[in-house]
Every structure is written in structure tokens, then in C-alpha cells.
Design a protein around this ligand. Structure first.
Ligand code: SF4
Length: 155
């Protein structure tokens, strides 16, 4: 089968082994790689925070007060643990993910759980792990793209 026979999906780059986490590590997930092959999915790796030009390594960050929805609506911020405002970079990263999906007609994104960008079921707000998506997952979902959370680091 050629790669053109496969359906394209957006995947958090750290899940595919790119060392783009805030601490310079990755979350390579062997189970995900097998699922991609079995389901004939062709991954396009994307890291919203690198796209937002935050660099790697970078200070860890979280949503400041409420939710990713509030960030996308301009009613909340993303801040580093030291309180530096990185909202614009996170929103730029989410918009880059959306543009990539539109460019390649991608309808499914597989994203790293608990990240303030990529988290799907859980993310970090104000220093706590809470139910709700990160900024990129929120924007993609609003635009009708299915988002699924992936744990990462599975054998
Ligand atoms: S979770 Fe998302 S933003 Fe964080 S390193 Fe992985 S791809 Fe980048």
C-alpha cells in the first residue's frame, strides 16, 4: 500500500518521538504507532507550542484561571509557572494546527493528554489537573475536527 492510500491524521509530535516537550523530552507511544499502522492512518506530526515559537526547552505553562474555551474567546490567559503571559504563542500554535488540518483535509487529531495545548479530556489550569481540553484541542473541536486523547509513553 502506498502512503497516498492512507487517511491523514494530525498527531502531537511528541507522541511520535520528537523531542519537543517543554523539558526537551518526548512521549513516544509504541501502542499509538501500531494503531496508526493497523488503521492505515498516515500521521502528520505537529507541535503547537513549537509552532507558536516558544522554543524547546521552554518554561512549563498552564491556563491561568478558567478554561481553554475562555482562552480561545480572549477571556483567559496561558501563563508560565512564573507568571509570564504566553497566550499569544499558544493561540498561534492552535491556529497553526487548524490550518494544517484544513490544508490536508484532516478530520481527526490524536493529541497528548493533559498538555495545556494538546490535552483532550484533561489539562492544567491554575496549577491543577482538571477536566477539559487544552487550547489546541478546544480550537480544533470547535471547527468540527474530532480530537482523541492519547496517554503517551506506552510500550
Ligand atoms: S503535548 Fe503538544 S504542545 Fe506539548 S510537546 Fe507534545 S505536541 Fe508539543
Amino acid at each position: 500500500m502506498s502512503s497516498s492510500d492512507k487517511r491523514l491524521v494530525l498527531v502531537s509530535a511528541c507522541l511520535l518521538g520528537r523531542s519537543c516537550r517543554y523539558d526537551g523530552a518526548h512521549n513516544r507511544d509504541g501502542a499509538l504507532e501500531r494503531e496508526l499502522a493497523e488503521q492505515r492512518l498516515q500521521a502528520i506530526a505537529f507541535c503547537p507550542e513549537e509552532h507558536g515559537q516558544l522554543g524547546t526547552p521552554r518554561p512549563a505553562a498552564w491556563i491561568e484561571s478558567h478554561s481553554a474555551a475562555a482562552v480561545v474567546d480572549g477571556a483567559d490567559r496561558v501563563v508560565t509557572h512564573a507568571g509570564h503571559d504566553v497566550t499569544a504563542a499558544f493561540v498561534r500554535g492552535a491556529q497553526g494546527a487548524l490550518e494544517t488540518c484544513k490544508t490536508h483535509a484532516i478530520r481527526l487529531a490524536l493529541l497528548k493528554e493533559r498538555s495545556p495545548s494538546c490535552g483532550v479530556r484533561q489539562t492544567h489550569v491554575g496549577g491543577r489537573l482538571v477536566d477539559g481540553p487544552g487550547v489546541t484541542a478546544e480550537l480544533l473541536r470547535r471547527e468540527g475536527i474530532e480530537v482523541r486523547g492519547v496517554e503517551g509513553r506506552r510500550a
